[in-house]
Design a binder for this molecule. Structure first.
Ligand code: BTN
Length: 265
């Protein structure tokens, strides 16, 4: 599998030297953190066929069966402060839309902040994590992406069956996972080249792909309170600007769901 991925790479050729393939692993993000803490270089890529403990945001698990998806983590070592990477998840999401478009011929939308969707189905999720140096600068950033490639509807566990989709189920044609994985590496490599200098352009592209904008949303705060509003815009750091009855607010965290799409409360 690793050799077949490398053969399809177009741009990220030198990352292939630090490409690690796993038939099965607990979580590529967890392993990437361990490797980064031990000094793994910028551009180290971990790809697994199967994860036993795939992690999503907010402590959720990410269903990661064998032979069905691509589970990838990339270690980056940008020389910057954490505040300069607020747009990292947005940048990764746009890059993953590019990867899907280049390898499968469809462009997914992005449900703020980190879900790739097609129609009402979630195709992929992104989990970004930072490691800081004692000085408070970024020691490493881990970008983890899990993308459903070949599943049929009945392959998903019942609790996510009505909301999850795969590249194969939405395109209606067979998917070559090696091609998708190579396109993901290439897109991530391109993203890395202008991550710190091209923030405005990245966020312009994010807004164009973001299906949340203009929609009614519900925002669940940490204390469980739910508020309804309309998603107006993405700010210069990738946060969501929401119009509530009493005024406009910027939402950085908390659960945001989109009316008419999965998870709306
Ligand atoms: C989410 O949907 O909340 C984010 C899911 C991120 C899943 C990917 S799969 C590769 C990497 N390893 C993990 O354990 N998680 C990410």
């Amino acid at each position: 599998m690793k050799e077949r991925i490398v053969l399809q790479l177009k741009e990220s050729c030198h990352w292939q030297d630090s490409l690690l393939w796993f038939d099965s692993i607990d979580s590529t993000n967890t392993r990437a953190r361990e490797l980064a803490a031990k000094g793994a270089p910028h551009g180290t890529v971990l790809i697994a066929d199967h994860q036993t403990g795939g992690r999503g945001r907010r402590g959720r698990s990410f269903h990661s069966p064998s032979g069905s998806g691509i589970y990838m983590s990339v270690i980056l070592r940008p020389n910057c402060l954490p505040a300069e990477l607020m747009h990292l998840t947005c940048a990764a999401a746009v890059a993953m839309c590019d990867a899907v478009e280049n390898s499968c011929g469809i462009r997914p939308g992005i449900k703020w902040t980190n879900d790739l969707v097609y129609g009402k189905r979630k195709l992929a999720g992104i989990l970004t994590e930072l490691g800081l140096s004692p000085k408070g600068t970024v020691d490493f950033a881990i970008i983890g992406i899990g993308i459903n490639c070949c599943q049929e509807e009945t392959d998903f566990p019942e609790d996510i069956r009505s909301i999850a989709g795969s590249l194969q189920s939405v395109t209606g044609h067979p998917i070559c996972r090696e091609q998708v994985a190579a396109a993901m590496m290439d897109a991530m490599h391109r993203m890395d080249k202008n991550l710190l200098t091209g923030k405005d352009g990245i966020l312009r592209r994010y807004r164009a792909d973001c299906v949340t904008l203009g929609k009614e949303v519900s925002v669940v705060k940490a204390d469980g309170q739910i508020r309804h509003g309309t998603a107006l815009d993405i700010d210069a750091e990738g946060a969501l600007i929401v119009q509530f009855a009493h005024g406009t607010e910027t939402v950085n965290s908390g659960e945001v769901s989109v009316r008419g799409m999965y998870g709306y409360v």
